[in-house]
Write a protein that binds this ligand. Structure first.
Ligand code: NAI
Ligand code: MG
Length: 501
């Protein structure tokens, strides 16, 4: 088996781990697929083979769902919230103890710079478990005073939050470990059990996380991790009759398929989908800060962020300066393999994604947009695309309307911060995030309140915290991730009423 050259930069232990076909986690055991099939995982920076991974399909999903059901009805369901919380906290500790190795895996598998994975993806994943561990003991019901039935005080009622049950979770490849953490930690805090279907492009860090889950003392079957393809393993999970709830992150297109699959049995669904987020720079903003913020807003993670600030609106009088400033920043970004410490931007995750983003660049230029910088893929091995700033765009262009999920910014001038600006910012089927840059905070807040999006950043961008709810309006999704808000995704509310007299 050929191991890619970038793997040479990682320690021998990790090389050895990668050189064996990686099994899936079902019922606390590491097993190969029932079919015996494996699929190849590629290093997107070199297009070389990185590892082979067990390819789960409907039969493996079924075994995983059965294990999750047994675990729910077994020791996990009976464990005290405090004991559950301690295990969740320990998972966070173990992630930090394995910080470098997890960051290396993330960089090799996804293409992102090692240094970024080390300061962002991995610590944020650990924090999600640490934060959620505290919720395990704080999921409380309420005493509810009655008016209609109990005028005479004959009845007493309270609510009891209960885990929704066996949860199917399907995650994408842009933040492989972090998306696993966002999904697993709240499900465990609420007492659910899980079958996690990881993305076929990037299964490795979640499989390593699976080893840490067992090390932390998670009972068998509480979390089952099945790598495999969307159309097979993913679809089997979304339509499995014994799954109580599906939590999905990925494309809006597949989100709609998940809803269809779940609607047959009216399974509960939460969705975190695409975005085309407006980033608005007002004429009174600190221009240098806004230029750097808008640069990071679109180019962080190579634009492969559902919340990327991909539609830039700049007040006319500063438009040329801001657009030129972002283009100059883009030209300074060092592209390369993620494991090279000099690298600031890696490749896109896959050939498919490279084709998709290149197609958008072509379509934008054909429809009349002008590239201030970039505008094309790089002609070298690996799925690299030049960071791109497009101007002279029109609201009907595909590059303005559709999520590109690559390092491509479309920039448009506006005259005044009036209703026309708000209408233009909200002129999208999505509603995930937005940015506003201004020294006039009252005006910035007014705009923030009018934007139809689940997150608005004022004079900043990409600020995430385990305590902050994140999710979308409109076609960006249903429900919220993180914070106290995510708990309701994984809970049922039972009202219990007792006759007192
Ligand atoms: P995708 O939505 O196809 O994949 C996400 C996950 O869904 C993966 O685990 C995949 O295996 C699974 N999946 C695919 N088809 C499925 C099906 N029929 N049933 C159940 N699960 C299924 O996204 P993809 O193809 O990787 O990227 C396409 C576009 O989606 C991107 O260009 C981007 O615009 C958007 N996207 C948005 C993300 C977000 O964070 N909101 C993450 C990844 C992609
Ligand atoms: Mg897909």
């Amino acid at each position: 088996m050929t191991i890619s050259t970038t793997v040479d930069r990682v320690p021998a232990a990790l090389r050895a781990w990668l050189s064996k076909p990686r099994p899936m986690l079902i019922d606390g055991k590491w097993v190969q697929a029932k079919s015996g099939k494996v699929f190849e995982v590629q290093d997107p920076a070199t297009e070389m083979l990185l590892a082979k991974v067990a390819e789960g399909d409907a039969a493996d999903i079924d075994a995983a769902v059965k294990a999750a059901r047994r675990a729910l009805e077994g020791p996990w369901g009976r464990m005290s919230p405090s004991a559950r919380g301690r295990i969740i906290h320990k998972i966070g500790d173990l992630i930090l103890e394995n910080l470098d190795e997890l960051a290396q895996l993330e960089s090799l598998d996804n293409g992102k710079p090692f240094g970024v994975a080390r300061v962002a993806d991995v610590p944020l994943s650990a924090d999600m478990f640490h934060y959620m561990s505290g919720w395990a003991t704080k999921i409380e019901g309420k005493y509810i005073p009655l008016s209609t039935l109990a005028a005479s005080g004959q009845f007493m009622s309270y609510t009891r939050p209960e885990p929704v049950g066996v949860v199917g979770q399907i995650i994408p490849w842009n933040f492989p470990l972090l998306m696993a953490a966002w999904k697993l930690a709240p499900a465990l805090a609420t007492g659910c059990t899980v079958v996690l279907k990881v993305a076929e492009e990037t299964p490795l860090s979640a499989l390593r996380l699976g080893e840490l889950l067992l090390e932390a003392g998670l009972p068998d079957g509480v979390v089952n991790i099945v790598p495999g393809f969307g159309e097979t393993a993913g679809a089997a999970l979304a339509s499995h009759p014994d799954v109580d709830k599906i939590a999905f992150t990925g494309s809006t297109e597949v989100g709609k398929l998940i809803v269809q699959a779940a609607s047959r049995d009216l399974r509960k669904v939460s969705l975190e989908l695409g975005g085309k987020s407006p980033n608005i720079i007002l004429g009174d903003a600190d221009i240098d800060e806004a230029i750097d913020g808008a640069t990071a807003g679109i180019f962080f993670n190579h634009g492969q962020c559902c919340n990327a600030g991909s539609r830039l609106f700049v007040q006319e009088k500063i438009f040329d300066k801001v657009a030129a400033g972002i283009a100059a920043n883009a030209e300074k970004i060092r592209l390369g393999v993620g494991m090279d410490p000099e690298t600031q931007m890696g490749p896109l995750v896959s050939q498919v994604q490279h084709g998709r983003v290149s197609g958008y660049l072509k379509s934008g230029l054909e429809e009349g947009a002008r590239a201030l910088t970039g505008g094309a893929p790089l002609n070298m091995p690996g799925y690299f695309v030049k960071p791109t700033v497009l101007v002279d765009t029109h609201p009907d262009m595909k590059v303005v309307r559709e999520e590109i999920f690559g390092p491509v910014l479309v920039a448009t001038p506006f005259k005044e911060a009036d209703d026309r600006l708000i209408a233009a910012a909200n002129d999208t089927v999505y509603g995930l995030a937005a940015g506003v840059w201004s020294r006039d905070l009252a005006q910035a807040h007014r705009i923030a309140h009018q934007i139809k999006a689940g997150t608005v950043w004022i004079n900043c961008f990409h600020v995430f915290d385990s305590a902050l709810p994140f999710g979308g309006y409109k076609q960006s999704g249903w429900g919220r991730e993180m914070g106290q808000a995510v708990l309701s995704n994984y809970l049922e509310t039972k009202a219990v009423t007792t006759r007192l007299a």
